[in-house]
Design a protein around this ligand. Structure first.
Ligand SMILES: [Zn+2]
Length: 68
């Protein structure tokens, strides 16, 4: 079950907070939304990729349980 609520149904100006640096940035006409800039988007993507790789590396095969 997802707990998603439609927040953007009101007549508010479309603005989002950059998940990376927290800067409020316009949503419309922003090619890097919800980020404020390409830089923040790249940082977030890099962090995401690193996390993914970190998880993958933890699943290395060949774990020895000390069986003799
Ligand atoms: Zn930003």
């Amino acid at each position: 079950m997802t707990a998603e609520t439609p927040r953007q149904r009101r007549s508010l100006p479309l603005r989002v907070k950059c998940p990376q640096c927290g800067k409020v940035t316009p949503y419309e006409g922003n090619p890097w939304r919800p980020f404020c800039s390409e830089r923040c988007q790249l940082i977030d993507r890099a962090a995401w990729a690193e996390d993914k790789y970190a998880i993958a590396s933890e699943e290395l095969p060949g774990t020895e349980e000390g069986e003799e």
